[in-house]
Design a protein around this ligand. Structure first.
Ligand code: FMN
Length: 265
C-alpha cells in the first residue's frame, strides 16, 4: 500500500511539473493537498484606520498566509511616463526592482486585496501611482497568465460617499489584468477614525466580511474568468494578430495565445 501511494505521488509530481507556469509552492500545495490561501493586501495608505481594519478583518477570516504592503511606505514612486514597459520591456522601468517584491507577492497570491480610503471620490494618490506601474500588464498589452485564476477584492471606506468610483479605480485594474473574479466592498463609516466608528456599522462590516470570506473560500482554485473577460481577451488576441506592438505580439506568441492556448485553461 505504501509503495502504491509512493508511485501515485511520483506520477502526480511528473504531471504537475509537466504543466507550465507552476512554481515550487504550487507543486508543494498540490502534493500535500494543501488548501491554505495566500493573500496579498495592498493598503493604499500607511496608517491603520477603517480601511486597514476592514481589509485585515477579511484576510483573517480567509485564513492562510498573508502578505501586506503599505503605500507609499513600501512603494512611493510615480510612473515616469517613459513608456519603456509598454513598448520594450517592463524590466526597463526605473522602478522595476523596487516594485518586484510586491509584484511577486501578487503573482503568488490566490487572493489580492486592494484597499483604499476614498480621497476626493477616488483612490489615494499612492494607490493610483502604484496601479499606473502595471499598465503593461493590461490585457491590451502583456497580461500575466496567473491572474486568470485569481480572485481579488477591492475595499474602500468613506466618511459619506465616493466608494463606487473608488472601487472602480481599483477594479478597472484587476479586470484588465485578467483577474478571474473581483468583489467590491465599499462602506460609508461616517467617521474619519476607526475608533469612533459606530458599533452598528462595525456589526454590518463584520457580517459582510464573513459572507465575502465564505464566497471566496468556496471559489478557491475553482474560479474561472467571466464571459466578459474571455470576450475581451479574444478581442485583444485579434488585435495582437494585426501586430499592434512587437513586444506585446512576441509575448502573446510565446504564450501560445495566438493559437489554441488560453491563460485560464
Ligand atoms: C484627503 C481626503 C479626502 C477625502 N475625501 C472624501 C470623499 O470624497 N468622500 C468622503 O465621503 N470622505 C472623504 N474623506 C474621508 C475618508 O474617506 C474617510 O474618513 C475614510 O473612512 C478614512 O479611511 P481610513 O480610516 O482608512 O483613513 C476624505 C479624507 C481625506 C483625508
Amino acid at each position: 500500500m505504501a509503495e502504491l501511494n509512493f508511485s501515485l505521488t511520483c506520477i502526480n509530481l511528473v504531471e504537475i511539473l509537466n504543466r507550465k507556469a507552476y512554481s515550487y509552492p504550487d507543486v508543494f500545495q498540490q502534493l500535500t493537498g494543501g488548501n491554505s490561501m495566500r493573500i496579498t493586501i495592498i493598503h493604499g495608505q500607511n496608517h491603520k484606520g477603517s480601511t486597514y481594519h476592514i481589509a485585515r478583518m477579511l484576510a483573517e477570516k480567509l485564513g492562510g498566509e498573508m502578505k501586506e504592503f503599505f503605500l507609499p511606505k513600501d512603494f512611493d514612486s510615480f510612473c515616469a511616463g517613459c513608456t519603456s514597459c509598454f513598448g520594450k520591456d517592463e524590466k526597463l522601468c526605473p522602478h522595476y526592482e523596487k516594485l518586484k517584491p510586491i509584484t511577486q507577492a501578487m503573482d503568488m497570491a490566490d487572493v489580492i486585496i486592494l484597499a483604499s480610503p476614498v480621497y476626493v471620490y477616488h483612490v489615494t494618490g499612492a494607490m493610483k501611482a502604484f496601479l499606473d506601474h502595471y499598465g503593461y500588464r493590461w490585457m491590451v498589452h502583456r497580461p500575466e497568465e496567473k491572474m486568470f485564476r485569481k480572485q481579488a477584492v477591492c475595499i474602500s471606506t468613506a466618511a459619506g460617499a465616493g466608494m463606487k468610483s473608488t472601487n472602480k479605480d481599483m477594479a478597472d485594474s484587476t479586470f484588465f489584468w485578467g483577474v478571474a473574479k473581483t468583489y467590491k466592498y465599499g462602506i460609508a463609516v461616517f467617521e474619519t477614525s476607526w475608533a469612533r466608528v459606530n458599533s452598528r456599522v462595525k456589526r454590518r462590516i463584520d457580517k459582510k466580511t464573513t459572507a465575502l470570506a465564505k464566497k471566496i473560500k468556496k471559489n478557491q482554485r475553482k474560479v474561472k474568468p467571466s464571459i466578459k473577460t474571455k470576450v475581451y481577451f479574444n478581442v485583444m488576441r485579434m488585435m495582437q494578430k494585426n501586430g499592434f506592438n512587437k513586444a506585446d505580439g512576441d509575448y502573446w506568441k510565446e504564450k501560445g495565445w495566438m493559437g489554441k492556448k488560453r491563460p485560464w485553461k
